[in-house]
Design a protein around this ligand. Structure first.
Ligand code: GDP
Ligand code: MG
Length: 210
């Protein structure tokens, strides 16, 4: 298809913040009160149509390795986007977000689009994380800041839409950069060709005149 985009998105964050619940809500519109233990990293697919663009998302969910910090760069390498989740009732989970952001920016720079997500907004009365602090932090690291409740099904569609927009913008920038580079490359080649032609006729004309 002409305007089709494949994106890989990884879910990151402390255990029990609701990563699996967000993915399940988004891809299957299901919610479970139990903590679902995934045995290995798994991915779910989601296809969307946005303004005539076909979007294929591969969403990678972690499998509890977050507890052991066993997730290596292999897991998030070649990701276009990351959804880094904290639980608004757990201050420590925001700290974990910060260490993930640091690692991703170090390894992937600005190639990856980030969305920081405060989940469990249905538990607003138990909030521990300071909203302004989280907002300011997200802005500082050029990440989206979104709020969701997988349980109440709030904000999840909107979160992924916003991230897709950001990934599309990033891809358009990358394509514009690479076409500028290749234009410059062919201009350089033209200059060389012209030089060759100027050099070449001289001996031949000498020969033919003799
Ligand atoms: P993960 O370890 O980050 O994948 O977290 P899970 O998706 O397994 O969720 C951990 C626990 O939090 C489970 O008991 C979920 O039912 C619960 N949970 C997830 N999302 C929400 C939410 O939005 N609101 C509430 N109240 N609980 C949630
Ligand atoms: Mg999980």
């Amino acid at each position: 298809m002409a305007d089709s985009h494949d994106f890989k998105v990884v879910l990151l964050g402390k255990g029990c913040v609701g990563k699996t619940s967000i993915v399940l809500r988004y891809t299957e519109d299901k919610f479970n009160n139990e903590h679902l233990t995934t045995i290995q990293a798994s991915f779910l697919k989601k296809k969307l149509n946005i303004d005539g663009k076909r979007i294929n998302l591969a969403i990678w969910d972690t499998a509890g390795q977050e507890k052991f910090h066993a997730l290596g760069p292999l897991y998030y390498r070649s990701s276009n986007g990351a959804v880094i989740v904290y639980d608004i009732t757990d201050q420590d989970s925001l700290q974990k977000v910060k260490s993930w952001v640091k690692e991703l920016r170090k390894m992937l720079g600005t190639d990856i689009s980030l969305a920081i997500v405060g989940n469990k907004t249905d538990l607003e009365h138990e909030r521990q994380v300071d909203l302004n602090e989280a907002d300011a932090y997200a802005q500082k690291v050029n990440a989206l800041h979104w709020h969701t409740s997988a349980k109440a099904n709030e904000g999840i569609e909107e979160l992924f839409l916003a991230l897709i927009e950001k990934m599309l913008e990033r891809r358009a920038e990358q394509e514009a950069q690479s076409s500028t580079l290749s234009r410059q490359g062919s201009q350089r080649k033209n200059v060389l060709v012209v030089d060759d032609e100027q050099l070449e006729p001289t001996p031949r004309s000498c020969c033919s005149s003799q």
